[in-house]
Design a protein around this ligand. Structure first.
Ligand code: SF4
Length: 427
């Protein structure tokens, strides 16, 4: 029997896709061609309304185009929006993000015409499973699920619940396993990585310290940190970030440049806290890459408060900004708030995105002419091979160097776009 999968969403959801394929590939054949499949799995994401709408549309299209094929919807959508799935795919089976170990029996059952819906919260770590990796050089390791915060707009909280930090030994074993299988880059992920250990006698800097002691020449990309949990850890974090295994890259969502808006989002930090974290890291790692997230058009956001977000971005000059238009999510407290006009939200999103791209391009232009050692771990989305600098900046080089996959190579930076650098191998 053949299985085809479409995977959406964050690193943690990609890891779940790899686990699902890993569990199934011992008894089923995994096919890249949807036409050949007997079972189609859609691993869903609901982080934003447009993403949810796109995936529901895709599921409906699959049902219409392949009426005889079996469909399983996995991921976060079954956990909170199973009724929406039933509307577009009444015969689909569903497997929630916390039930990965049941995928094989669900696949067998649906082939025998038995529909199953396995959803509901649990605390089981998503570690120790067989994997079918999307990129053989990249190991995605989840360190925890859930968080200690309650941001009013967040639907992820409804799925992932309170913080569950996974046992340090299990995380270290997972990474050793990745390195043993040839991974050169580890994505250490969680909803809020710096919350790690708050629910058990541990801390994220201590976990990271242990990870740097693992043998092997690999690099670690640290996942998203909430400024609320990162702020008290800054000094210890900077110490362990000095280790060469750690990419000099931080993903620190600020969400708004206005303290009033942050408090209305129930984000438990101030712009000043965020600014101090960035300043501290930059005082030690001058060219550290900063990625952040901004929500524009949050209910009640005034022109002045939006201006504060623009000013903050101009001030901190981030390398990457994920700009999101606020969208009300059912089952979140923020759905009750009266929204701004869609035109206002659109205008603010366009203005913010334009500014962020300009800054990203200016910052990348500063790298032209530099000689860098990059780690090549994947193919470029638009062709070529993609490597990463020590600050996790993507560098695209000519495809002919396939043999360099997983290697550290010296390159000259010869060009820049707002999203990546161009390099050629130093001869
Ligand atoms: S920190 Fe906030 S935005 Fe992130 S998962 Fe938790 S509640 Fe959601």
């Amino acid at each position: 029997m053949k299985i085809y999968m479409e995977s959406y969403g964050c690193s943690a959801n990609q890891a779940s896709s790899e686990i699902i394929l890993g569990l199934l590939s011992s008894t089923f054949q995994i096919t890249e061609r949807i036409d050949d499949a007997d079972v189609i799995i859609v691993n869903s994401c609901i982080v934003k309304p447009p993403t949810e709408a796109k995936i529901l549309f895709q599921i409906k299209k699959i049902v219409e185009e392949y009426p005889t094929k079996k469909i399983i919807v996995a991921g976060c959508m079954p956990e909170v929006y199973s009724t929406k799935i039933k509307k577009v795919a009444p015969n689909a089976s569903m497997i929630g993000i916390h039930h990965l170990s049941e995928i094989e029996s669900i696949a067998y059952d649906i082939l025998r015409g038995i529909q199953r819906v396995e959803i509901g919260y649990n605390t089981s770590p998503k570690l120790g499973y067989p994997r079918k990796r999307f990129d053989e050089k990249i190991g995605i390791v989840q360190a925890a699920h859930g968080c200690v915060s309650s941001c009013l707009y967040c639907i992820v909280k409804q799925v992932m619940g309170p913080l569950v930090s996974y046992p340090e030994e299990s995380i270290l074993d997972e990474i050793k396993n990745c390195v043993h299988q040839g991974c050169k880059e580890i994505w250490l992920t969680a909803q809020d990585i710096t919350a790690y250990g708050l629910d058990r006698d541990n801390s994220f800097p201590s976990l990271l310290q242990s990870i740097t002691q693992i043998n092997g020449d690999f690099r670690v990309r640290i996942g998203m940190m909430n400024p609320e949990t990162a702020y008290p850890l800054v000094k210890d974090l900077i110490e362990v970030f000095k280790h060469p295994k750690i990419y000099k890259f931080i993903h620190l969502p600020i969400q708004s440049g206005s303290n009033l808006v942050l408090s209305r989002m129930n984000r438990n930090y101030t712009v000043e806290h965020f600014f101090e974290i960035v300043k501290e890291f930059r005082s030690v790692f001058a060219d550290i890459s900063l990625s952040t997230d901004i929500i524009v058009g949050y209910p009640g956001e005034t022109d002045k408060q939006f201006e504060e977000s623009l000013k903050l971005i101009e001030l901190i000059q981030p390398d990457i900004v994920n700009v999101s238009k606020f969208g009300p999510r059912e089952q979140t407290p923020a759905v009750k708030l009266s929204p701004l006009s869609s035109q206002t939200v659109k205008d603010r999103s366009r203005k913010m995105s334009t500014l962020c791209r300009q800054i990203a391009l200016e910052k990348n232009n500063n790298w032209i002419g530099r000689e860098e050692t990059i780690l090549i771990v994947s193919r470029g989305k638009k062709g070529g091979l993609e490597g990463r600098t020590h600050t996790y900046k993507p560098v695209i080089i000519d495809i002919q160097h396939c043999s360099l996959m997983g290697k550290f190579v010296k390159v000259n930076i010869i060009g820049a776009k707002h999203g990546y650098l161009l390099g050629n191998i130093k001869t």
